[in-house]
Design a protein around this ligand. Structure first.
Ligand code: PLP
Length: 392
């Protein structure tokens, strides 16, 4: 099956050689019946676990009622989704899309339109960060600094200024009269779970307020419980002007993404000016509503916080581990590069029954579903220790 998959699909991924047939909670089972602990969780799309019963029940019930209307009509799941998500974000309104990249594109379009209409800017620019990851569209890869993501896809969309992540001064210096927004990940996931210096998000908030520009937080991977708070921005008590959400918003069932902002910002979009055939469809909203209910209870934020401390403490003590970054149940682990590459470590972990993904060089990323038990989490770290011993 691996061979057939590789022969008949473009090689835009380099998967670990495991063929998954079944999954439940934090565990997956391959076609031969071997079980693995999932420590990637669909890049944080599966925060609430594989086959979460509450989410599946909502999806199943909706499948029998109505799954698609298009936004040409209203449907009975939409209002609750819009209001529920806006409330979760503390914002007036949301705009639903499907994938994360579409939500980022939406944020960019809203910021540009807000710049044109509210600020009267002719050629708006948006400040973005080095080593960002915001998705794969032509506009988004135009401001990527990763050659793999960007090279060969020109001509590139203009209107972006790239600055160093974690430096408030770099943002201050880059702002000019045409700047309309700062777009950043409150924790850079793909870059290796990079947590910015304490106080950075607070400073970004102050800078954006002073310059009257929008602070856009891409919380697609960092948000919805992963870090031990609903949003990674919550760790500094910071509220951006626009949240960009995706991944776990779809409960691991369907792609659901959205931006959330106040009416003075999102109100610049009027009928016919932006949209998506599938965005905000009944199935997506029913699943989204289940996710919002779960997040409103707060149990997974608490779990991520408590188990996260345990995870980080244990990882730091492992021989062969140089640095551990992250918050909550999210860790970027730098392995001693003289031992092995991240890929080699992930292959060894797979043999030990744990699925994880390398990022750059010798960094591996751990982000198990937040439903993981403390015992399973300990087991995963034990297995990583065993995997590292293979190279010692
Ligand atoms: C995954 C991700 C995206 C893109 O989401 P897709 O659903 O793959 O388009 C954007 N931003 C961040 C921070 C992400 O982690």
């Amino acid at each position: 099956m691996v061979e057939l998959s590789d022969r008949r699909s473009a090689h835009n991924y380099h998967p670990l050689p495991v063929v998954i047939a079944h999954a439940e909670g934090a565990w997956v089972t391959d076609v031969e019946g071997k079980r693995y602990l999932d420590c990637l969780a669909g890049y944080s799309s599966l925060n609430f676990g594989h086959g979460n019963p509450e989410i599946l029940a909502a999806a199943r019930a909706q499948l029998d009622r109505v799954t698609l209307t298009s936004r040409a009509f209203y449907h009975d799941q939409f209002a609750a989704f819009a209001a529920g998500l806006a409330d979760l974000c503390g914002k007036d309104m949301i705009l639903p899309m499907n994938t994360g990249a579409e939500a980022v594109e939406t944020a960019i379009k809203v910021a540009r339109k807000w710049g044109h209409e509210v600020k009267g800017v002719r050629e708006p620019n948006i400040i973005v960060m080095e080593d960002n990851f915001h998705g794969r569209t032509t506009t988004i890869v135009s401001f990527s600094t990763d050659p793999d993501a960007r090279d060969g896809y020109g001509p590139y969309t203009p209107g972006f200024k790239i600055v160093k992540y974690g430096s408030a001064d770099a943002i201050r210096d880059a702002i000019d009269e045409n700047t309309v927004a700062v777009l950043l990940e409150p924790i850079q996931g793909e870059a290796g779970v990079l947590v910015p210096p304490d106080g950075y998000l607070t400073q970004v908030r102050e800078i954006c307020t002073a310059a009257d520009i929008l602070f856009i937080a891409d919380e697609i991977q960092s948000g919805l419980g992963r870090t031990g708070q609903t949003f990674a921005c919550d760790h500094e008590g910071v509220v951006p002007d626009m949240y960009v959400l995706g991944k776990a918003l779809g409960g691991g069932v369907v792609p659901v993404s959205a931006v959330a902002a106040n009416a003075d910002v999102l109100g610049v979009i009027r009928p016919g000016q932006h949209g998506s055939t599938f965005g905000g469809n009944p199935l997506a909203c029913a699943v989204g509503n289940a996710v919002i209910n779960i997040l409103n209870r707060g149990e997974f934020q608490t779990r991520a916080r408590e188990l996260g401390e345990r995870l980080h403490d244990r990882l730091r003590a492992l021989p062969g581990v140089i640095t551990v970054r992250g918050r909550g149940l999210w860790a970027g682990v730098d392995i001693d590069p003289s031992l092995a590459t991240g890929r080699q470590v992930c292959e060894a972990m797979m043999r030990q029954g744990v699925l994880a993904k390398d990022t750059h060089g010798s960094t591996i990323r751990l982000a198990p579903p937040l439903v993981i038990s403390a015992a399973d989490l300990d087991w995963a770290v034990d297995r990583l220790e065993l995997a590292l011993k293979e190279f010692a």
